[in-house]
Ligand binder design. Structure first.
Ligand code: KG4
Ligand code: ZN
Length: 354
């Protein structure tokens, strides 16, 4: 079965073609992401109206790109999976309307997929095109640290559709903490990945790293859930006071280690509480090397993470979840777009429940 995935929830227009075999395996035949970073950089953040307009232009282009790459004709598509929430409403509408039109023309089923559920399962996608992956999502049990630009959540997963959110952020997401800190360091939007690259490239003696570690508080020790607004204030003060004393790379290192330590602290507590040692890290911030290294050092933990290009927004994760849901429960399911769509509202059997 040939499955098309479409993703337009924020500032990336993405398409992907998955081939599903009757033996429960799948492979990504082709995938494309058209990023709008350059467009929004001038504004220091995503401008929803501009993003939606760009999606209108880019969705047909990424579709053509994946069809050409996979040597497929549009008429061969047998199922369409499209992100229908959560995200920017105008952006979601562009992807959903396009997918709806295409499914009507092709007479094929259409499924609305939860973007967060896509991130949750992205680690199942093989890193290389054409490599076989398993569609068996029903029996997986793990603890997922979902860290993206819009969300920071710790989720207990007991199979497809069976999610219990143990903690979520009460203010900024981890990706925002990276991006806002980067902006304070005058790194161009969205500076998270660049801040991380500067920190990672820093040759550091251990005495210096001990000193840098002390510059910022380890936030959220005594709170329920995640919170990064206190860290943002502390980063602002640190930069104001110590800009002369430390290089930008050293400040980036101090910020990265504070964010990573805070995330790992919460994760460790949940591992202890739940007894679950199988950990998945997903979402854009899961591309962070220092975070992955810190989690894999937690005693007894077995860590799985997606390839960095499947950590950030992509359509293969949407196609995979759509195909898995279709195989298990069938049917067309698209109940309009949802700017908010918490994972607890998903359940096995349908994605319609509000
Ligand atoms: O999952 P994603 O692509 O989009 C959302 O659904 O939000 O996540 C994007 C976020 C941005 O905040 C970006 O700065 C951050 O992920 N990010 C990183 C890294 N790569 C992307 N943050 C830290 N280190 C990285 N290597
Ligand atoms: Zn995302």
């Amino acid at each position: 079965m040939l499955v098309l995935g479409i993703e337009t929830s924020c500032d990336e227009s993405a398409a992907s073609l998955l081939e599903i075999s009757s033996s429960g395996k799948f492979q990504v035949l082709s995938e494309a992401v058209s990023s709008q970073i350059d467009l929004h950089a001038a504004y220091g953040g995503v401008v929803p109206e501009l993003a939606a307009r760009e999606h209108m232009r880019n969705v047909p282009l990424v579709l053509r790109q994946v069809l050409t790459q996979a040597h497929k004709d549009v008429s061969e598509i047998e199922l369409i999976a499209v992100t229908s929430g959560p995200g920017l409403k105008g952006c979601l509408l562009v992807g959903v309307d396009f997918a709806r039109g295409l499914s009507l023309r092709l007479g094929c089923p259409l499924l609305g997929v939860n973007h967060l559920e896509g991130h949750l399962w992205a680690w199942k996608i093989p890193s290389a095109l054409g490599e076989a992956g398993s569609m068996e999502l029903a029996a997986e049990n793990f603890l997922c640290l979902l860290v993206s630009g819009g969300h920071t959540e710790l989720v207990q997963v007991a199979g497809l559709g069976k999610y219990q959110v143990c903690a979520r952020t009460v203010d900024d997401a981890a990706g925002e903490a990276f991006d806002k800190s980067a902006a304070l360091l005058e790194i161009a939007y969205p500076g998270g990945a660049q801040l991380a690259a500067m920190a990672d490239a820093l040759p550091l003696e251990s005495s210096r790293s001990t000193e840098l570690r002390r510059l910022l508080p380890r936030v959220m020790r005594d709170t329920e859930g995640f919170s990064f607004s206190g860290l943002k204030t502390a980063v602002g003060l640190l930069i104001d006071r110590h800009r002369q004393q430390y290089s930008v790379s050293e400040l980036a290192w101090a910020i990265q280690s504070a964010i990573v330590d805070s995330l790992v602290l919460k994760l460790e507590r949940e591992i202890e509480r739940s007894g679950i040692r199988r950990v998945v890290v997903s979402g854009g911030v899961a591309a962070n090397r220092s975070l992955r290294a810190a989690i894999s050092k937690v005693p007894g933990v077995s860590l799985s993470a997606a390839h960095p290009r499947h950590c950030t927004d992509n359509a293969s994760m949407i196609a995979l979840v759509g195909a898995a849901r279709y195989q298990m429960w069938g049917g067309s399911d698209l109940a309009g777009v949802r700017a908010r769509w918490p994972l607890e509202h998903m359940f096995s059997g349908s994605c319609r429940k509000e």
